[in-house]
Design a protein around this ligand. Structure first.
Ligand code: ZN
Length: 124
């Protein structure tokens, strides 16, 4: 819904954010769509989650596509709920990884995005 305060959204509100490039990959503009679907960082996260959850290859063109991934999950209703939860947590962790890089210049690896969440919880 374009409510995340990405650099692109902040620029639309006349807030000076410097350049609007994605800090995770520096190969696209920092927008919600890029961050969760186009960014190399996110694509690697979705690939790993897809492999882990034995989902068909993930091709997301919109955040809604990601929120519907659970429909392809095996394991009945419970399996679908688990995948839905994993996707929501992954979205949050990608956002946290982006913020870690943007504000603290700390690199988060695609295979350790959950570690960021745990680290932040311990620090608060
Ligand atoms: Zn990016």
């Amino acid at each position: 819904m374009h409510r995340l305060p990405t650099k692109l959204e902040l620029q639309k509100r006349d807030i000076d954010v410097g350049d609007a490039w994605c800090d995770l990959c520096e190969d696209g503009l920092d927008s919600t769509l890029h961050l969760f679907t186009e960014c190399k960082f996110a694509m690697e996260v979705w690939h790993r989650i897809g492999t882990w959850c034995r989902l068909p290859p993930i091709f997301a063109f919109d955040v809604r596509d990601l929120l519907c991934l659970f429909k392809d999950a095996a394991g009945g209703k419970q399996g679908k709920r688990i995948v839905q939860g994993i996707v929501i947590v992954a979205l949050w962790c990608i956002w946290l990884a982006r913020n870690e890089k943007s504000f603290n210049q700390r690199e988060v690896k695609e295979n350790n995005i959950g570690g960021t969440l745990i680290t932040l919880q311990y620090n608060n």
